[in-house]
Write a protein that binds this ligand. Structure first.
Ligand code: CA
Ligand code: CA
Length: 121
């Protein structure tokens, strides 16, 4: 599967949530693709759902990369925000909804691309 191969190749870049920081020139489609890859990293057992334990592992790894620690309360809050349908797991769509909302906030002039001045903010 081509997309899976790409996801594995890009995986190392996307461990951290920071990897999704908006960059100049990034399109909404890029943001969507990056979110899908992030989900693959998050869903370590590959069942298509991110469990609280998977989110904890993901966020802990990202925090360690920044030399920080992660606390359970923070993970719990994040999980609640992500799990918008409240079924106890985070789907790729739920993650994408958050990531695309972030993109849309950064894309101030709503042209579907992060312009240089928008990326700088
Ligand atoms: Ca999973
Ligand atoms: Ca859910």
């Amino acid at each position: 599967m081509k997309t899976l191969k790409i996801a594995i190749a890009m995986g190392a870049l996307l461990i951290s949530g920071q990897a999704l920081a908006q960059k100049a020139g990034q399109t909404r489609a890029d943001a969507q693709a990056a979110s899908a890859k992030k989900f693959k990293n998050l869903d370590t057992n590959g069942d298509g759902k991110a469990s609280p334990a998977e989110l904890l592992a993901f966020m802990t790894k990202a925090a360690e990369k920044r030399g920080e620690t992660m606390d359970q309360a923070k993970v719990d809050r994040r999980f609640k925000r992500l799990d918008t349908n409240g079924d106890g797991s985070v789907s790729a769509d739920e993650l994408a909804a958050e990531d695309l909302a972030k993109f849309d906030r950064a894309d101030a002039n709503k042209n579907g691309v992060i312009d240089a001045d928008e990326a700088a903010q």
